[in-house]
Ligand binder design. Structure first.
Ligand SMILES: NC(=O)c1ccc[n+]([C@@H]2O[C@H](COP(=O)([O-])OP(=O)(O)OC[C@H]3O[C@@H](n4cnc5c(N)ncnc54)[C@H](O)[C@@H]3O)[C@@H](O)[C@H]2O)c1
Length: 419
């Protein structure tokens, strides 16, 4: 078996972490049990480009239980957990191409290795795998039954490809499933972004002015958690509805130019480019900290920061780079502007990835079970999968809900009854 990982000797620790995460993934465990019996993915070659974490390992084991012949590569150069990668290779015989801190060239070599596995199904987190197949392996497009996409930025890229007529195979917007973004993007990113910032810096959030760029699902989750820890939260937005929502949730809303001199900690989570630029950094306080939790490391203009600074980057603590401005003020950039929750912490907790990855596994099965290949385009996850995942998650949490009575069903379907 081919693979490229940091060190196979790390496998024992990785296995312990994979098993620990599995305890908190009851819905995925049920999918795995059924897949093991029914083998819906039997003989199907799959390549997945995901953050190589303990939770992803449990998704990989589920797909393997379903009969898939799977290869994995990283969807971010900093997010790989080397011990998990080692265990996937040693204990579960899954080829992995991922090493924490890999350079740009190695990152793309790993993506190519996953593509050369000759998948008929792909899974992506940010659409790097799909876009590489389109640009460098276009002959493979016809044989691909479908690709699952995990994150907002990936879905945006895929919809742009579909709009331009460039998309060559069907993709499923798993990110857009409510069982994914309502929980993973909000509660997962919310908690793990706080976790990443604290692990990287050890700062106290209470009393700090925390500036959040973007009040989407991720921004809402992070905002609610920062407030819970005593921070004064400021939101910057470009969408008037989201801005209103933030204001009515009780946060201060202002343009980045006004927030820049006030903030102690800045975190971008927009999926956009150059949200924090040199003109903002120029007016920041001495000691201001910048981090990003959006998909790509383009939200903070790092080249602009380097040009603006008199000196830096100087690593003053693991994953904390200091830049000194002309007048001696210091600003700090965390994790080179990459996803802070995955670079400095462990990504989302297993309990929330349970829902995202059960949705991923079931969407994969749905793609394979179609009588004919789905039409080329971006498809939503079927409602019955979302219903199943949410009901089982509730059950695993011992939460019961009411059912509509016959009278209520009739009432809700009728238009005759009014005032
Ligand atoms: N860190 C993680 O683990 C993780 C998890 C899920 C999603 N993501 C990524 O986080 C990003 C946001 O995801 P989401 O689901 O919250 O998306 P979303 O579309 O729900 O929200 C993004 C928000 O950013 C706003 N925005 C865009 N440009 C802006 C700008 N210049 N200034 C201020 N606001 C701006 C948009 O109006 C929108 O409200 C994406 O890149 C997504 O892929 C990261």
């Amino acid at each position: 078996m081919n693979y490229h990982i940091k060190d196979i000797a790390l496998a024992a620790e990785g296995k312990r972490r994979i098993e620990w995460a599995e305890r908190d993934m009851p819905v995925l465990r049920l999918v795995k049990e059924r897949f093991d019996n029914e083998k819906p993915l039997k003989g199907k070659k799959m390549s997945a480009c995901l953050h190589i974490t303990a939770e992803t390992a449990n998704l990989a084991r589920t797909l393997q239980a379903g009969g898939a012949d799977l290869a994995l590569c990283a969807s971010n150069p900093l997010s790989t957990q080397n011990d998990v990668a080692a265990s996937l290779v040693k204990d579960f015989s899954i080829p992995v191409y991922a090493i924490t801190g890999e350079d740009h060239e190695t990152y793309y070599q790993h993506i190519r290795a996953a593509i050369e596995h000759q998948p008929v199904i792909t899974m992506d987190d940010g659409a790097d795998l799909v876009s590489n197949i389109h640009s460098d392996y276009p002959h493979m497009s016809d044989s691909i039954l479908g690709s699952m996409e995990e994150t907002t930025t990936g879905v945006i890229r895929l919809r742009a490809m579909a709009k331009d007529g460039a998309l060559k195979f069907p993709v499923i917007a798993v990110n857009d499933a409510m069982t994914k973004n309502l929980f993973d993007n909000r509660y997962g990113t919310g908690q793990s972004t706080v976790d990443g910032i604290i692990r990287a810096t050890d700062i106290l959030l209470a009393g700090k002015n925390v500036v959040i760029a973007g009040y989407g699902w991720c921004g809402k989750g992070f905002g609610m958690r920062c407030r819970g820890m005593g921070a004064n939260v400021i939101v910057t937005e470009v969408d008037p509805i989201r801005a209103l929502e933030a204001a009515m949730d009780g946060f201060r809303v202002m343009p980045m130019m006004d927030a820049a001199p006030v903030g102690d900690l800045f975190c971008t989570m927009t999926g956009d480019i150059h949200v924090i630029r040199p003109e903002h950094v120029r007016v920041m306080k001495d000691g201001a900290i910048m981090a990003n939790s959006g998909h790509f490391n383009v939200e903070i203009d790092i080249d602009g920061l380097k040009k603006l600074a008199k000196s830096g980057p100087k690593e003053v603590r693991h994953l904390v780079d200091e830049y000194i401005l002309a007048d001696g003020r210091r600003v700090y950039l965390l994790a080179d502007g990459r996803l802070i929750n995955l670079a400095a912490a462990e990504g989302h907790p297993a309990s929330v990835m349970d829902m995202s990855f059960a949705t991923q596994a079931l969407a994969t099965e749905w793609v394979v079970k179609q009588p004919q290949r789905l039409q080329v385009g971006v498809h939503n996850v079927p409602a019955e999968i979302e219903d199943w995942v949410s009901r089982l998650k509730l059950k695993s949490m011992n939460i019961g809900i009411d059912e509509l009575t016959e009278e209520q069903k009739k009432y809700l379907a009728s238009w005759e009854m009014g005032t």
